[in-house]
Write a new protein. Structure first.
Length: 229
C-alpha cells in the first residue's frame, strides 16, 4: 500500500499541516493512495486479497516456503495496523484542533459588549474577516479529508468482512495438528475481529469530528452575522 500519508516517519501534525497548506486536495482514493488511473479496487481490498491468498496457500499446503508466506502475511498485517493507527491519530488531532478553535471563537461571544466595541475598529474588523476566511478553509479542508477517511474506513470494513467469510469457509478444513499454519489461522482470526472493532471505533471518531465541524461552522456563522451587522 502506497500513499503520501502512509509514510511511517511522518507525524499526524505534519500530515495535518500538509493537508491545510496544500493548494488543492483530491479526496479520491486513487490520488490519495498514489494508484494508477486505471485502478478499480481500493488498496485495502487488494491488501486483504493478498492476505487471503497467503492463507489459501497455507490451507492447501501449497506454499513452497511456509516461513516466507508467514513473513509476507506479517507485513500485510503491519500495513493494515499502520493504516488504522494513522487514521486514528489524524482524527484525534483534527478533533482536538477543531474543538480548540471553537473554544477560542466562543470567548468574544461571552463578552458581547467588549466585542461590539472592538468591531468599531476597522483594523480589527478586517483582521476578523481574514481570520474567518482562514477558518472557513480549515473547515472545508478538514471536512474533505474526513469524507476521504470515511471512505477508506468503509472499504476497510468491506475488505475485512471478506477475510471473515474466508476464515469461516476454511475453518473446518484447515490442516490439523500443531503447526505454524494453524497458529497463523488463529492469529488471523484474532486480527479480523480486532480490525472490525477498531474500524467501527474509527467511524465513531469520524462522527465526533463531523459534529465538531458543525459546531465550529455554526459559531463562525453567528460571529460573521454580528461582525457584518
Amino acid at each position: 500500500m502506497k500513499s503520501e500519508a502512509s509514510e511511517v516517519s511522518v507525524t499526524a501534525e505534519v500530515r495535518r499541516k500538509r493537508l491545510l497548506d496544500a493548494e488543492r486536495y483530491d479526496e479520491g482514493w486513487v490520488a490519495r493512495w498514489s494508484q494508477g488511473p486505471d485502478a478499480k479496487h481500493h488498496p485495502l481490498l487488494k491488501l486483504m486479497s493478498q492476505i487471503i491468498f497467503g492463507l489459501h496457500l497455507l490451507q492447501q499446503e501449497q506454499a513452497k516456503s511456509t516461513k516466507e508466506v508467514l513473513r509476507i502475511l506479517q507485513t500485510h498485517v503491519i500495513d493494515m495496523d499502520n493504516f488504522m493507527e494513522r487514521t486514528s491519530d489524524d482524527l484525534d488531532l483534527a478533533i482536538a484542533d477543531i474543538k480548540q478553535r471553537t473554544r477560542h471563537l466562543r470567548q468574544p461571544m461571552r463578552h458581547m459588549e467588549v466585542f461590539a466595541a472592538m468591531l468599531a475598529d476597522e483594523n480589527f474588523r478586517s483582521q476578523l474577516q481574514n481570520g474567518h476566511k482562514k477558518i472557513e478553509h480549515i473547515i472545508a479542508r478538514t471536512g474533505a479529508a474526513l469524507s476521504a477517511s470515511v471512505i477508506d474506513i468503509q472499504e476497510g470494513l468491506r475488505a475485512n468482512r471478506e477475510l471473515g467469510k474466508y476464515l469461516d469457509s476454511v475453518e473446518s478444513v484447515w490442516p490439523g495438528g500443531y503447526r505454524k499454519s494453524t497458529v497463523a489461522y488463529e492469529e488471523m482470526r484474532g486480527n479480523e475481529q480486532g480490525w472490525s472493532d477498531y474500524l467501527f471505533e474509527l467511524l465513531t471518531k469520524g462522527q465526533h469530528l463531523s459534529d465538531a465541524l458543525l459546531q465550529l461552522s455554526a459559531i463562525l456563522g453567528e460571529m460573521s452575522k454580528i461582525a457584518t451587522a
